[in-house]
Every structure is written in C-alpha cells, then in structure tokens.
Design a protein around this ligand. Structure first.
Ligand SMILES: *[C@@H]1O[C@H](CO)[C@@H](O)[C@H](O)[C@H]1NC(C)=O
Ligand SMILES: *[C@@H]1O[C@H](CO)[C@@H](O)[C@H](O)[C@H]1NC(C)=O
Ligand SMILES: *[C@@H]1O[C@H](CO)[C@@H](O)[C@H](O)[C@H]1NC(C)=O
Ligand SMILES: *[C@@H]1O[C@H](CO)[C@@H](O)[C@H](O)[C@H]1NC(C)=O
Ligand SMILES: *[C@@H]1O[C@H](CO)[C@@H](O)[C@H](O)[C@H]1NC(C)=O
Ligand SMILES: *[C@@H]1O[C@H](CO)[C@@H](O)[C@H](O)[C@H]1NC(C)=O
Ligand SMILES: *[C@@H]1O[C@H](CO)[C@@H](O)[C@H](O)[C@H]1NC(C)=O
Ligand SMILES: *[C@@H]1O[C@H](CO)[C@@H](O)[C@H](O)[C@H]1NC(C)=O
Ligand SMILES: *[C@@H]1O[C@H](CO)[C@@H](O)[C@H](O)[C@H]1NC(C)=O
Ligand SMILES: *[C@@H]1O[C@H](CO)[C@@H](O)[C@H](O)[C@H]1NC(C)=O
Ligand SMILES: *[C@@H]1O[C@H](CO)[C@@H](O)[C@H](O)[C@H]1NC(C)=O
Length: 860
C-alpha cells in the first residue's frame, strides 16, 4: 500500500524548554534530515521523527532497564529527560505507619462473617443483590506510582542558531533513543538508554562526524519542579563529577536517591560540580570531545519487608540504599569501560530480555529506508482493514521493547509499564488485576522471555499479595487457609476491597490471584523449571487454590448440587450474583493446574489434592448457554444482547484461558444427574462467538481503550476468523496508538491517557493469529497446535522462529502463500514426552509423540 503524503519539511516549533520551564519562550527553525536519521537500524526496526517531541504522552520516547525508566523528547540545545524509579510510590507505611493494605480490623472478623452470610442468603433467595459495600474499606494511604524528576542537559549554543538535519529515533534492535542534528557548523549525536547489566541509564553526546571536535560547554542539572506534585529535591555535589539527589515523593512519603556522574573524553576536557544556591548544584563539562552522563537511582522501598516479621515496613535503611547506589555507579562508570563497551553490554542484555522469538513478514523484506516515512506519519495515515504490514510488525517489536525495558526489574510492569509522569498518574499507575497486569504478561512465555524478566511478577505476588492477602482471607472471608486479593493493588500489600463509587463493580473481584495463577502455571509449563516450581510457583498456586476451595459453596438458588462462588460479579460489571462464568471457569482451570503440577511439586499433602479433585468435580464449570444463544455471563440467564461492555470476562476460557477453547463435555458437563444439558464443543464455541459478536468492537459507552480491542482481536483469532481478527487488530491501531506508539486509553481526548496493556496485548494477539496451543485440563490430553489459525492476507508469507510452547516444546516455521512450508517442532525444555496434534486449515497434519530432547520436522 502507498505511504502517506509527507508533511512539509520545515516546521516551526517552540522548544520544549520554553514550554516546560516557562522561563524563556523562543522559536527557531528546525529542518529535518531527508530520510531516516543516521544510526537508524538497517532492519527498519525503529521509530523515527523529524522534530523533537512536544507532548510526553504521545511524542516522547521510552527507554528503561526494569529498575529505571526514562522518557526523552529528543531536544537539541536543551534535553529534558523525564525519570522514573520503579518503586517510587507515595502512600503506604511511608505515609501512614498504620497502613494495613486496606484490610478490615481483626476485631471485625465476626461482623464480616455475618455480613457475608446475609449477602449470600439474599443472593440465594433473590438471585442478585444491589450492594456489597459493607465488605469494602476506604483506600487510606493507597498511594500512587510517581515520576522522579528530570535531568536537564543544556549546550552552550546561541538560541538563535538554527538546527538542520534534525532526526530522532528509537532503535528497537538496540534499545536506544537517539537524536542527531547540525548546529553552529557542528554535528551532534545524542544517545540515551538504560542498561540492565549495570542497572544504570546513560546519555551520551558526541560529534559523529569528527570524534575529536570539541563540544560546546554542557551543563547537567536536576529538576524536581517540572514533575508536578513532587516536593523539591536536595541536589548537591557528591564529588567533582557527580550530582547527588535526595528527596521524598511526598511529605510524608518514601525517600529516593539518584546519582548522576559525568565521564568526559578529550584533551583539556574537564567536568566540575558547583553548588548553585540552596539545595541545588550543576555539573559543567568543558572542552570535551565526548561526554556521557550515567545515573543510578533507588528508593527505600523493600519488597522483602512486606510481611508480619518486618512489621510490614516495606523499608530498608537509606544508608544501605546510598551505599549500594555508589557501588553501582562506580561499576557503571569504571575507568576501564569505554562508552562502546557500555553500549555493547546493554545491547546484548536487551536482546536477551526481549526473548528469542523472531517474527518476519516477507512483505517487509525489501524495505526501502530512503522512502520510509516517519513513524508519526505512518500512524496518522493508518486505516482499519487497509493496514500496513510494516507498522503492524513495528508495533509487535515495540511491545517487546517496552517489555524488555520495564519487566526485568524488581517489581513487575504496572499500568504504565514503568513510565509515569508527575505524582498522580491515572489510576495511580498501579496493578489493576482484572485484565491489565495479566495482559502485560500475555506474550512473555511464548516469546521466550528470560526468567528474570518474568519472576518479578511472581516475587511481587509472593511478597506483597500473599502475606496481607492471608489476613484478608481471614478477616473478610473467615477463611484460614491461603490468600486472596482483589482488583486494585499497590506495592504495599493492598489486598482488601478498595472502596470507591459503586464499589462492587470495581472492588468485588476475589479472583484476581486466580487469574494470575494462569501465569504462574504457564511459567512452569513453558520452562519446565522444577526448582522454581517447587520454591515459588507451587506454593503460590496452592495458596490461591486453598482459599478458593474453602470459598466455594453449594448453589442454594438452583439446588443443583453444584459448588459456586457468591457474591460475585463480572469484573467492572454488575449484577452482583452467584456462579459468575468468569470466576467458575478460572477456578476450574486453577484446580486443573494443581493436579497437573502436583507430581513435580514434591508436595505430599494428599488430602489437599483429594479436596481439589472432589470440589472440581462438584463445581459449576461456568458454561451455560442462554436464551439468545449466548454464553451466559452469569449462572442466571440475565445477559443483554446489547451489552457492549469492554471486558470479555465470561469468554476468559476462550482466550487467554482454555475452559472454552479446549472444552470437553465429559469433564465439563454438569455433574448433577438432575440436569440434562450437556453441550457439545461446537455448541459451546458457537455460544461464545455469539457473545463476542454482541460485545461489539471495543468502542462502547464504557470506554474506547486499546486493550479491549486487542483482546477482541486475540479472541477472534482463537475462533479462527482471520477477517474479524484483522479488522479488530487494525481498528485498534487506527484508533488507539499514538505517534510514539504508546497505547491510548481515551484516544479522542486532547490530553489522552497512556495505558500500557494494549502495547503488551498487541504482540500476544498478533501471535495468536499465527500459532495457537491452548492449554489442556490434564497432562494426558494431547496438545492441539494450530498453525496460521487466522492469517490475514497481508501477512501471507513470513516466518517465526524460537516460538516457545507449552510442555517445554518449541516450534520454528515459515509460510508462503498462506501455507506452512518448513515446520520443526522441538522439545528443548520438555520434562516428559507429550502427544501433539498439529493442524492447519482445519486439517490434522501430524500426530506426534514428542520425546524429550528431540526435534521433529513436519512435512506439509
Ligand atoms: C510495628 O508498627 C507499629 C505501627 O504500625 C508500631 O506500633 C510497632 O511498634 C512496630 N513494631 C516493631 C517491632 O517495629
Ligand atoms: C560556520 O562556517 C561558516 C563557513 O565556514 C562561517 O562563515 C561561519 O562563521 C561559521 N559559523 C560559526 C557559528 O562558527
Ligand atoms: C536547580 O537549578 C536548575 C537551574 O536553575 C533548575 O532548573 C532546577 O529546577 C533546580 N533544581 C532544583 C531541585 O531545585
Ligand atoms: C542536602 O544534601 C547535602 C548532602 O547530603 C546535605 O549536606 C545537606 O544538608 C542537604 N540539605 C538539605 C536542605 O537537606
Ligand atoms: C577550554 O578550551 C579553551 C580554548 O581552547 C580554553 O580557553 C579554556 O581554558 C579551556 N577550558 C578548560 C577548563 O580547560
Ligand atoms: C432451592 O431450595 C430452596 C430451599 O429449599 C427453595 O426455597 C428454592 O425454591 C429451591 N430452588 C429451586 C430452583 O428449586
Ligand atoms: C439494552 O437491552 C436492555 C434489555 O435487555 C434494555 O433495557 C435497554 O434499553 C437496551 N439498551 C439499548 C441501548 O438498546
Ligand atoms: C475428555 O475427557 C475424558 C475424560 O477425562 C477423556 O477420556 C477424553 O479423552 C477427553 N476428550 C478429549 C477430546 O480430550
Ligand atoms: C431437558 O429435560 C427437560 C425435561 O425432561 C426437557 O423439557 C428438555 O427439553 C431437555 N433439554 C435438553 C437440552 O435435552
Ligand atoms: C465499531 O462499532 C461501532 C458501534 O457499533 C460502529 O459504529 C463502528 O462503525 C465500528 N467501527 C469499526 C471500525 O468496526
Ligand atoms: C483451506 O481449506 C479450504 C477448503 O476447506 C480451501 O478452499 C482453502 O484454499 C484452504 N486454504 C489454504 C491456505 O490452504
């Protein structure tokens, strides 16, 4: 398809400095380079622009290493890099030392048990109840993730001198942001990235045409003022080349520290640190031919202190923070290390952290970089259904960039990954756990992300959900085994039901940890890492299952001898009722995972396993077909055909789950002899599809977000409908991705909200059109691998290599003219032999018993 028309080559723009600092407002001309900037990856795997970014949310470019993140506008004379430290949060015990994770007091346990009893009685009498607010607690010191200030770098160049040859880019092969331009008869190249091995970020400046040219005088300083809501930090000189920044996110609030050190090269070059008034200082670099500033940062937050033994302090001593930061900085800026070494180490780790899956579309093979339009123009010209294979591929790679830059820290990626502006980002940039945090990790295992990029998610659950969640189980549900969490989670063990308007809709979601256990199980299933399973995976799974075994109760409404949850509602949607499809399907999957993981767990608690088996057989499986042929969202047939709610909660078993996708009437039919409704698989799938159609395209009265669209796209791929898949996926691109490819929650708003889930859901949805291997209820059931289940015409030829699969399997394959060509199945990480069926276009192509450690070419 044709590229969109190019915009005029020269445009006037107000410098960011003028806009942001409010001190000077001036204008000068910038003329862009023709074609992609120098340094743009030859693979085409990058974003690029012809002018500096203006709006943080739609223009600036993200880099990070999991521990630290940064957003860069690509300024010239002045660069203002906005910073994040992954654990910088207001609230929690740092604000209120009595903060208890939103739990009821232990003394309220009896009262809550009575309230729960009354709620259940009403539900089993009337079918629904209006309100469960009595169970919720005010948010208290819930807090919020926050930005941690700006690094301001200024070059001593006349403001009137014009900029030519401007270009900025985000290199998705290397994980670096870059700016190049000419000014004052000099060329400049600035590169910014955050390195995982050093836990440090780096900004490097050089004249690329002549590395010995002396750069103008450069100053580096730190601003907390630009970060709205952040109290003034104390900036001082740590040594002659190092700034020390100490501050608090709020008063009272968590303390943080940042250290910035400059390394200069060049004869006669010099760096000095000067105090510039009360609590401020500046680094000045003179006569350098090359310079780079390295920063490290941390807070006093400590996830390991989120338990009763540590009095839920979540804190470590500030002196410890300081000592380890100095050590990190010394290592990152060691004299023995050149900038090239620092970059090379970063790039190697970046590639690992993205996972080793590789996707290519033949349509992009002969990409002509000299005519490649800037990314913002590609996005602006993009149309639903028409598509653009290059941009579709780029968004896939961008999602993986965001993952590599935000997941491998100590905390998992939050609602905004790790990139958040100011101190009150939308929804606290927290961990919403009724789709959002899950979607962040949908593609992690299949792309072969390394364990250290995924285990922060499990550490977070183990260390901040389980301890307080066990208290919530006891005080709110009167259950003394396992743990429970609800929808909204901070980093301080918030596990209660968070009271807010219409609280059942938002808060009554005790299945959040059940959904997370899909990821726990998958990590073991994909990696076969028994040691991890025993140490972390299994205890989490057991804790979540133990709670829900106790929480399942007989359905005293239908009297059909099944076990159900009550009260329940679909995430963010009333009525409040019993036997909600979403909950029943997820709990059933969890109990299957317990059985599948039992053998490897080394656990000998047979009574537990037996209870799992018994209650799993008795429970309602959450699969009922209703009056208009829909899959019921609730056990009572109450669905409205015009309900276009953004969540597809009751279809969870289609994607990312398998209760519907791998439906088996023998084990999922109703247990009670009194019932005669046993559905066939095609009846169930038809009903699910009917529900999906009625749910609309993800633009509805309740939202217009990206995640609801990419979820629908993945779901359509699961149904094998290439056209509906591509329509929905391309619609999400046209509507929900900004010029910098950030996914926008409310795209038509003049100041839209960045929410990262669609950026992460997108690669998962795309892959689900190329390869599927839905989970199965028991290890004896063969896997059904489906190749190219929903291939759009535009992607008719391509290849995928290093695709990780369940059971420790992996696959490489290519396709031409929409048909698989070379296919090889591996069992690289399998711990047991598995039966596998491989099919394409509705035809079974191979039945293989995959033996451990073998490779199987499959002939088409
Ligand atoms: C634990 O914290 C509470 C306040 O929440 C405080 O009263 C108590 O002294 C602390 N105990 C210890 C051992 O630090
Ligand atoms: C740039 O170079 C031109 C031609 O060599 C010269 O006339 C001009 O003075 C130089 N400008 C600066 C700012 O050095
Ligand atoms: C330090 O001074 C710089 C330059 O005047 C200013 O931009 C910055 O906001 C100051 N930083 C703090 C923490 O006050
Ligand atoms: C700022 O930090 C320096 C260095 O740690 C310290 O000497 C000074 O007292 C601090 N100033 C304030 C106002 O906290
Ligand atoms: C930088 O170089 C200029 C001119 O070459 C010289 O005048 C100045 O003293 C040097 N500055 C430093 C700090 O060495
Ligand atoms: C279930 O049993 C209760 C209590 O015996 C009764 O009130 C109710 O009508 C029964 N429901 C059905 C659907 O039979
Ligand atoms: C949707 O259907 C319900 C009944 O199921 C009806 O009450 C409501 O008015 C309908 N809404 C619209 C917008 O058609
Ligand atoms: C369905 O489950 C039954 C009972 O476990 C099993 O025998 C059968 O093979 C399963 N069917 C499929 C298609 O997996
Ligand atoms: C279930 O049984 C009832 C009563 O015998 C009958 O009316 C109904 O048609 C049956 N439903 C199905 C799906 O067979
Ligand atoms: C999305 O759905 C809305 C409401 O049904 C409809 O007006 C719109 O045309 C649809 N857009 C696309 C691209 O499917
Ligand atoms: C898939 O099968 C159908 C017939 O069932 C056939 O018409 C179509 O060409 C096949 N597609 C491919 C790509 O082989």
């Amino acid at each position: 398809m044709p590229w969109p028309v190019l915009v005029p080559a020269i445009e006037l723009w107000r410098t960011l400095a003028g806009v942001l600092l409010g001190t000077v407002t001036f204008a000068f001309t910038v003329s862009p380079a023709s074609g992609v900037p120098s340094g743009f990856p030859a693979s085409g795997n990058g974003l690029w622009y012809t002018s500096p970014g203006v709006a943080w949310v739609t223009d600036w470019l993200p880099i990070g290493n999991g521990y630290l993140a940064a957003m860069t506008p690509g300024g010239t004379i002045q660069e203002t890099t906005q910073l994040n430290i992954e654990s910088l949060w207001s609230g929690g015990p740092f604000q209120d030392q009595n903060y208890n994770g939103g739990n009821k007091e232990p003394s309220e346990r009896g009262q809550m048990a009575q309230a729960m009893h009354n709620i259940r009685q009403t539900i089993f009498r009337d079918g629904t109840i209006d309100n469960v607010e009595v169970l919720a607690t005010p948010p208290g010191a819930y807090g919020s993730y926050a930005g941690s200030g700006y690094l301001i770098t200024t070059l001593d160049i006349s403001l009137n001198s014009s900029v030519t040859g401007y270009g900025r880019l985000l290199d998705l092969d290397q994980g670096t942001a870059g700016v190049t331009w000419r000014q004052d008869n000099s060329s400049f190249s600035r590169t910014t990235f955050c390195s995982h091995p050093t836990r440090a970020c780096v900004q490097h400046l050089v004249n690329p045409s002549s590395e010995n040219t002396v750069l103008p005088t450069i100053t580096h300083t730190f601003s907390s003022d630009l970060e709205s809501g952040l109290p003034k930090a104390n900036v001082s000189c740590f040594d002659t080349s190092t700034l020390l920044v100490t501050g608090n996110v709020a008063n009272p609030g968590m303390a943080y520290e940042l250290l910035f050190r400059v390394v200069v090269l060049g004869k006669g070059s010099r760096v000095t640190c000067q105090p510039t008034g009360m609590g401020n200082a500046t680094l000045t670099v003179e006569n350098a031919s090359e310079e780079w500033i390295t920063w490290v940062g941390d807070t006093e937050y400590d996830m390991n202190a989120g338990n009763a033994a540590s009095n839920y302090s979540f804190a470590k001593p500030l002196s410890e923070v300081h000592t380890s930061l100095v050590k990190l900085l010394d290592t990152a800026t060691s004299e023995r290390t050149s900038f090239k070494d620092v970059l090379a180490a970063h790039v190697a780790a970046y590639k690992t952290n993205k996972g080793d899956l590789a996707l290519s579309f033949a349509a992009n093979k002969n990409l002509d970089l000299s005519t490649l339009p800037p990314t913002d123009q590609l996005v602006a010209g993009y149309q639903t259904d028409v598509g653009n294979t290059y941009l579709e591929w780029l968004l896939f790679n961008f999602g993986r960039h965001l993952f590599a830059c935000s997941a491998p820290g100590t905390l998992p990626s939050n609602l905004q990954g790790k990139w958040a502006l100011d101190t009150s980002p939308p929804w606290s940039a927290d961990y919403h756990s009724n789709i959002n945090i899950q979607m962040n990790y949908w593609f992690a295992e299949i792309t072969g992300a390394p364990s250290h990029a995924v285990t922060p998610l499990f550490d977070y659950i183990e260390k901040t959900w389980a301890p307080r969640g066990a208290e919530t189980a006891l005080t709110l549900y009167n259950i003394s085994q396992g743990f429970v969490t609800h929808n909204e989670m901070n980093i301080f063990g918030h596990t209660g039901m968070k009271l807010s308007g219409n609280s059942a809709q938002w808060a009554d979601y005790p299945e959040s940890a059940v959904w997370m256990m899909v990821h726990v199980w998958d990590h073991f299933d994909f990696t076969g890492d028994v040691q991890w399973w025993r140490a972390q995976g299994w205890p989490l799974l057991k804790g979540a299952a133990a709670f829900h075994l106790d929480k399942l109760i007989p359905d005293d409404y239908s009297n059909d001898t099944t076990l159900v949850v009550a009260p329940c509602n679909s995430p963010e949607q009333v009525p409040i009722t019993f036997g909600c499809a979403h909950a029943q399907q997820l709990i059933w999957q969890l109990l299957n995972a317990v059985e599948k993981g039992w053998e490897a767990s080394g656990d000998d608690d047979i009574a537990f396993l037996e209870e799992v088996r018994t209650k799993r057989a008795q429970m309602d499986k959450g699969i009922h077909i209703g009056s208009w042929g829909q899959l019921q969202e609730w056990k009572l047939d109450m669905d409205s055909p015009n309900d276009t709610h953004r969540h597809l909660s009751h279809l969870i078993g289609m994607y990312p789950g398998y209760a519907l996708a791998s439906y088996n009437s023998t084990i999922q039919g109703p247990p009670a002899p009194s019932r005669n409704t046993t559905y066939t698989k095609s009846q169930v799938l038809d009903a699910a599809k009917t529900s999906l159609i009625h749910r609309g395209n993800g633009t509805g009265p309740d939202a217009d977000s990206g995640w609801e669209k990419v979820w629908r796209a993945a779901m359509w791929a699961q149904f094998g409908d290439a056209q509906a898949f591509y329509h929905q996926l391309t619609y999400s691109i046209e509507r929900n991705f900004g010029p910098n490819l950030f996914s926008l929650y409310n795209p038509l708003d003049s100041n839209p909200i960045f929410q990262i889930d669609a950026n992460f859901g997108y690669p998962a949805a795309l892959l689900n059109a190329l390869i599927q291997i839905p989970d199965v209820p028991s290890s004896d059931v063969p896997y059904d691998i489906v190749l190219l289940p929903a291939l759009p015409q535009a992607w008719s030829s391509g290849s995928l290599t290093n695709v990780s699969l369940r059971g420790g399997l992996a696959i490489d394959f290519s396709w031409e003219s929409a048909k698989p060509t070379e296919v090889t199945l591996h069992s690289s990480r399998a711990t047991r032999d598995r039966r596998v069926n491989v099919s394409f276009n509705g035809t079974l192509k191979a039945e293989v018993v995959v033996r451990v450690g073998r490779a199987y070419p499959i002939v088409f």
